[in-house]
Each structure stands twice: as C-alpha cells, then as structure tokens.
Design a protein around this ligand. Sequence first.
Ligand code: FPP
Length: 255
Amino acid sequence: MAADNIISLKENIDLERLPQHIAIIMDGNGRWAKSKGKPRVFGHQSGVTSVREAAESAAELGVSYLTLYAFSTENWKRPLFEVNALMRLLLQTIKDEVVTLNKNNIRLNAIGDLNSLPKLNREHLQKAIEETKNNDRMTLTLALSYSSRWEIVQAAKKLAELVKAGECEPENVDQQYFESLLTTTGMPDPELLIRTSGESRVSNFMLWQIAYAELFFSQKFWPEFRKEDLYEAVLDYQCRERRFGKTSEQITKKK
Ligand code: FPP
C-alpha cells in the first residue's frame, strides 16, 4: 500500500473512540511460508516483523492494551521440531526487543501456563517483564501456552480452594470476583479481536473476555500483516454499533 494511503487510513481514525484493548489471533504463518515454497518456520520468523508492526501501530494510536496469541496449549501437539523452533524464536525475540520496548515505553506481560515453557524462556520472559514493568504507554501481553478453557479451569480450581479454606463464601461469587481469578485480572476486556488468515473462529482464545468484543477477520496471513491492517480493523470497529444487549434507540439517545 502506498504511504499516503496508509496516512489517510490513520487520519480517519477517531482517536476519541479507540478500543482500549485489542487482541490478535496471529494465524497463517505456515500457509504463508508454504505459498512461497519455504518451511513453516520461515513463516514464524517472518511473523516477528508483523508483531513489531502491530505493537508499534497500536502504541502510536494510543491503544492501552495489545494482547497477542503467540502459542496455544494445543500448539504443544505440533511436531517437536516446530515447537522447538517457536520456543527458540520466542526466546530470541524477547531478548532482542527489551531495549525497543523500553524506548517506546511499552510494558511486557504474559498470560498462560508459563510453568510449561522451557526454563530459559521462562527466565528471560520474567526478566523482560521486570525490566519493562514501569512503562505505561501500552501493555503488550503475550499469550503463551494459553487457552481459555485452561484459564477458566484454573480459575475454578483457585475458587474451589478459596471456598475450601473458608476465604470465600459461594454466595459472594459474582462475575467481578470470578474475573479476579483469571490471568487477565486488572485488564479491560478486549473491545476488538482481530484474526488473520481468513479463518473465522476464536480457537479457545479469551472466551470469557471477548463476550462483547467486535470481531474482525483479515484475509491476510500473519506475516503480511502491517500497520495499515491494524488501522483498517480499528476503522471497521469504529463503524460498528455496540449495543451490549440494548436497543439501537437506547444507544443513540445516550450520545
Ligand atoms: C499461527 O500460524 C502462528 C503461531 C502458532 C505462532 C505465532 C508466532 C509468531 C508470530 C512468532 C513469534 C511471536 C512472538 C510474540 C515473538 P500457523 O503456524 O498456525 O499457520 P497455519 O495456520 O498457516 O499453519
């Protein structure tokens, strides 16, 4: 896309009505690589550029939270060679990007079953989280070894333990309390969920949190995703009427 087209997409965004939290299911690395006659891992490597583009464009717009589905619980079932390559790539990217995250005032965060990650990944991830913890322009969350059903079950387990220990009464459990046991506690729910690669499903990602999110399905494979694709998704989001179960008249009257 020509540079002036990108600028005009960006200029059309209403900065007063930005989604506070954007979540992205990065999909299509393997198919993109295959279409180029390259191994799947080449697709993952190329996807790192798109991660940068997404983070930069979201931060430049003023989005407060960006959450990326980088590795699902189910991804462990992939061939060992690919899992190892993804873990190495993740480790390298985390190590390489801390300086840039700090330069751009971006805080790194991670959700998921982090104990299942290789020790070195866990250590460098914790180090990067610690080194960026005071940044407050945007929180970039990586969902790693994450799945929503895993998250909900671990929240239910915590709740059962709290009740068993007499620290919580079942009648005091409401949505807000349950949310405090999820890995995303303290974050607003994503208002916009983007999935790339033309697939129209949510694949066990933030099922609780996306209850009212607007969904945007991009035809691009993840390695092709650039700033203008994020702008396009935000512009599309801004054209939607978010009713939260109310009528259109109730919503427009409030404006
Ligand atoms: C989905 O494509 C992508 C992944 C499982 C991994 C995403 C990882 C990256 C973009 C690389 C590094 C990320 C970070 C955060 C440093 P796929 O393999 O499922 O593609 P396919 O559906 O075409 O097979």
